[in-house]
Design a protein around this ligand. Sequence first.
Ligand code: ADP
Ligand code: MG
Length: 251
Amino acid sequence: MNSSDPPQNIVILTANLSKVFVREGVEVQAFGNVTLEIPHGQMLAIMGPSGSGKSTLLHVIGGIEPASTGEIWFEGRQLSTLNDLELTLLRRRRIGFVFQSFNLVPTMDVVDNVTLPLILDGIPQRDAVPRALECLQRVEMSHRLQHLPSQLSGGEQQRVAIARALVINPALVLADEPTGNLDSAKGRDITSLLRDVAHEDHQTVVVVTHDIRVASQADRLIVLLDGHMCFDGKPSTDAEWMAALRLEIDT
Ligand code: ADP
Ligand code: MG
């Protein structure tokens, strides 16, 4: 494959991707042999038991950690050919991360948390604030602008974290168990928000989840078992199908 090959509508292309950690001299493969094409505007869910490599795959796709073998192309650029600065800028400008634990800055109010990625990129406050307000409106948090994270519910904090991921207008949103700390109604809200981000705003969304109710909202599901992709297709809530993939309704 040639680095100039990937078609225009593909945001992420991976070829035989693997990640091996060395712990106390012992090699641990987090995942192996992952070959994927993720098109523009797709909502892709990743499921699998704990320890099956989901978070590591998300980090490698997002350029947070290097792959051990294989290649990744992000919007046609081969990640392994980028230097540290290019990779940092790509992450900062093209990828929005949403973490299970929100990772909001506790001493900053909602607006400052959401403008932060723009300020870090040198965008002046007067331009950053209107963009933050727009994103906060998008996630229905316009009524909590001056609140600190500690004054918000878990669902509200997660909405702010999503606004912060969206404020850079990323090509790719990566979310690691974003509904993991939320009750099921709030989890549903976050899921439909991520779905809108993909389908209305045409941003690509990759969401790691342990919840088939979240995954069943996605266009596509990948299941990892012991670091290997054992399913890639339409999600289903069929009990037999789920049992075969060791997926449970409530884990
Ligand atoms: P999941 O998100 O599916 O629970 P992870 O991607 O966190 O799985 O982990 C996959 C495997 O890689 C596990 O065996 C885990 O212990 C190992 N692993 C993850 N991160 C590291 C690390 N930084 N150092 C060593 N091993 C790691
Ligand atoms: Mg994980």
